[in-house]
Design a protein around this ligand. Sequence first.
Ligand SMILES: O=P(O)(O)O[C@@H]1[C@@H](OP(=O)(O)O)[C@H](OP(=O)(O)O)[C@H](O)[C@H](OP(=O)(O)O)[C@H]1OP(=O)(O)O
Ligand SMILES: Nc1ncnc2c1ncn2[C@@H]1O[C@H](COP(=O)(O)OP(=O)(O)O)[C@@H](O)[C@H]1O
Ligand SMILES: [Mg+2]
Ligand SMILES: [Mg+2]
Length: 350
Amino acid sequence: MRLKGEIHNPCCDEEEEKVAEENGRELNSIVGVGISPPAKLVVGYALTSKKKKSFLQPKLLGLARNMGIFFIAIDLNRALSDQGPFDVVLHKLAGKEWSEIIEDYRQRHPEVTVLDPPNAVQHLHNRQSMLQGVADLNLSDCHGKVGVPKQLIVTKDPLSIPNEVDKAGLKLPLVAKPLLVDGSAKSHELFLAYDQCSLSELEPPLVLQEFVNHGGVLFKVYIVGEAIKVVRRFSLPNISKRELEKLAGVFRFPRVSCAAASADDADLDPSIAELPERPLLENLARQLRQRLGLRLFNVDMIREHGTKDVFYVIDINYFPGYGKMPDYEHIFTDFLLSLGQSKHRKRPAT
Ligand SMILES: O=P(O)(O)O[C@@H]1[C@@H](OP(=O)(O)O)[C@H](OP(=O)(O)O)[C@H](O)[C@H](OP(=O)(O)O)[C@H]1OP(=O)(O)O
Ligand SMILES: Nc1ncnc2c1ncn2[C@@H]1O[C@H](COP(=O)(O)OP(=O)(O)O)[C@@H](O)[C@H]1O
Ligand SMILES: [Mg+2]
Ligand SMILES: [Mg+2]
């Protein structure tokens, strides 16, 4: 049991108040007033209100409490070192200032597991560096191939884009994505471009990526430490050659593969819906974990239409919407406990 001092919870909205209240109860039980088991693991969290709502659901908090895991809100107005002590810190907040705070804390407190290191998270804030390692992964003999769609980075002069695309030999249609991913709605504003001239209407910095027909279904591969869970989501439909010849211009498209677009129960063509083989996913997840230095992320993967096992990774997200992952409560609590156990194993016997 490692908790000291008073836990202060900054209440900004009703939901946070509820979480804070929950934490108040946790604190009581930690100090012996309640009937919960003693704390095995104290998890500090620094998350947006949206994330708290979707991730810290009552079922997770209840299950965690029964297992001796306690979630404590980090007070952003107080020094991090004065809070806790924590065994684990979970965080997803935007901005350089927070990255510096959490990196400094990580260096000063090597005994705390910070999920995840800010420099590793930073890697995913740029759609170029995000996918850099994927093409080099060694997945031979692994029930499939995994690549990245051919892409071009444009940082300036929109008028030069048609020429650059031509030089790079990119085939239309293209998906245009903002280069930087900072959690803003703007960083998820994507466009489909059907002809080369219209590309100069786009606003750099951008990634221009070849559109890969994939039968309108995407695989979201969630990773939590060693655990992997894959779900189907609806995605953009195939674009035929005929359609491409008829259409011109750049069109913004909505967030097609959000949770409402779950395709797990849909009646789909099996050659499109069949999940990537388990050994492929395990190998992919293991190598990405190592290369990226992350334990909490998901991967958006598509299967090239008409193939059985040619896949492309199009997006990687840090600490995604785990609340939508089936059975996330058990997966997460098991993961957190495993962190506690490996820490105890590392500690010298006294
Ligand atoms: O909003 P949610 O819960 O769907 O989660 C978003 C993710 O959706 P997913 O779980 O992959 O379906 C979402 O994934 P996509 O980029 O939509 O594939 C992002 O991870 C998003 O974070 P950010 O805006 O890029 O910082 C995630 O947003 P935050 O919850 O982290 O704000
Ligand atoms: N290269 C591509 N080929 C086909 N569809 C794509 C491609 N890139 C993105 N998409 C579609 O656009 C959606 C959003 O793109 P993504 O790169 O995942 O951005 P975001 O970070 O906003 O989720 C994907 O879920 C998929 O439906
Ligand atoms: Mg995505
Ligand atoms: Mg994304």
